[in-house]
Design a protein around this ligand. Structure first.
Ligand code: SF4
Length: 373
């Protein structure tokens, strides 16, 4: 049953849609959320491929994928413009979604779902940097009322583990502390969770963690069992590989990436990540060019010039259609209070003048904020 008491908690979740910038920039997501258009994964189920994906080599699968993806975008544009209705398409025996699910499974046999590219066979139980076998762990799932206004209530699924090692992680019990709590789910159970959340009033299914990328194989396969029209939201650090991005582009309706650092030194020191800037900016640009997007940036104390400014400058030049959430809720957590000398720069909350300065930079660059109420 859908309860609407959340309207009193978050009236901005309704009023935000009166803002024409928000309606325009999130137009596809809005229509899927209101059941006025089919979610992308449902369109994928209607894009035919010629052969049984399980019988193809990886090379053949990518060929089938790229050909069917081209067809997807043609159909997608027609549906988006109102020239075509999904009902005009037949459901084929094998679809683009089947190819994506098969490819994701093959990828974890020598895992390169993210740019750590560990090469371990997770199907055989081997574990890479994220410390996960092929099993998908869900720590919790519920209607989240604390997300950005257009997303509330958000059907949030928190997956265990992460491919980052952020020393200030607020969710470290989910992302860093092994054994990861939660339940192991297969693709069908994950689909049932999504259906339940949607039926309870979720405006979207918010895949987050930890980090959803290491669980991408189960997430994409779950869509094969999902018939509810649920907008899919990818809430990620965007360190996924190009291969993973290619699998996601045609199934994600709205992106919620986190752009943390404006350079590789800060990313390496505070999150243990190599090549961060090139990879995260590449993926966020791809997401922006293919769909609706709200980019998050958590302002860190003493990181205005090395991180906040270059990030906002880059967004204003490269992602002009995005909404941006400049987040001010940083708190020193996890390893930071334990090693205050080592992480001296971020061992305190933000000062009021730092928050003011971050907003000033964004305003001067003409960035459109989210939430806008
Ligand atoms: S998801 Fe990333 S970190 Fe995990 S095994 Fe695969 S490549 Fe390594």
């Amino acid at each position: 049953m859908i309860t609407l008491t959340w309207i009193y908690l978050r009236p901005d979740a309704i009023s935000v849609w009166e803002n024409s910038e928000v309606r325009d920039r999130l137009s596809w997501y809005y229509r899927v959320m209101r059941d006025l258009a089919p979610a992308r994964f449902i369109i994928c189920k209607h894009i035919p491929v010629e052969q049984d994906p399980s019988s193809l080599s990886v090379e053949e699968l990518w060929k089938q994928h790229d050909k069917a993806a081209e067809e997807f975008w043609k159909i997608y544009r027609e549906i988006d413009s109102g020239e075509m209705k999904l009902e005009e398409l037949e459901k084929p025996k094998w679809s683009l979604l089947d190819v994506k699910a098969e490819l994701a499974k093959r990828i974890i046999e020598s895992c390169r779902l993210c740019e750590h590219r560990c090469g371990v066979n997770r199907l055989k139980g081997e574990r890479g940097f994220c410390r996960l076998s092929s099993e998908t762990i869900v720590d919790s799932w519920f209607l989240h009322y604390g997300e950005e206004a257009p997303l509330v209530p958000s059907g949030t699924i928190f997956y265990g583990s992460c491919n980052f090692r952020c020393v200030f992680c607020q969710n470290y019990m989910i992302s860093q502390v092994k054994p990861f709590d939660g339940i192991v789910v297969d693709e069908k159970q994950l689909a049932l969770m999504q259906e339940e959340l949607r039926r309870k009033g979720a405006r979207n299914i918010n895949h987050v963690g930890g980090e959803p990328t290491p669980h991408l194989h189960t997430i994409i396969s779950s869509m094969k069992h999902l018939d509810e029209n649920t907008p899919q939201l990818w809430n990620s650090n965007m360190y996924c590989s190009v291969e993973a991005m290619k699998l996601l582009l045609e199934v994600i309706d709205i992106w919620l990436p986190d752009l943390k650092y404006g350079n590789n030194n800060c990313a390496s020191r505070l999150s243990g990540i190599k090549g961060y800037w090139e990879i995260a900016s590449r993926n966020i640009k791809m997401a922006h060019d293919h769909g609706d997007i709200i980019i998050r940036h958590l302002v860190l104390p003493n990181h205005l010039e090395c991180c906040t400014r270059p990030i906002l400058e880059w967004i204003s030049k490269n992602c002009p259609r995005s909404l941006v959430n400049v987040m001010e809720q940083y708190r020193p957590m996890y390893l930071v209070p334990r090693y205050p000398d080592k992480y001296k720069d971020i061992a305190r909350p933000l000062k009021a003048d730092e928050i003011k300065e971050a907003y000033k930079i964004a305003e001067e660059l003409g960035i459109v904020f989210e939430p806008v109420s």
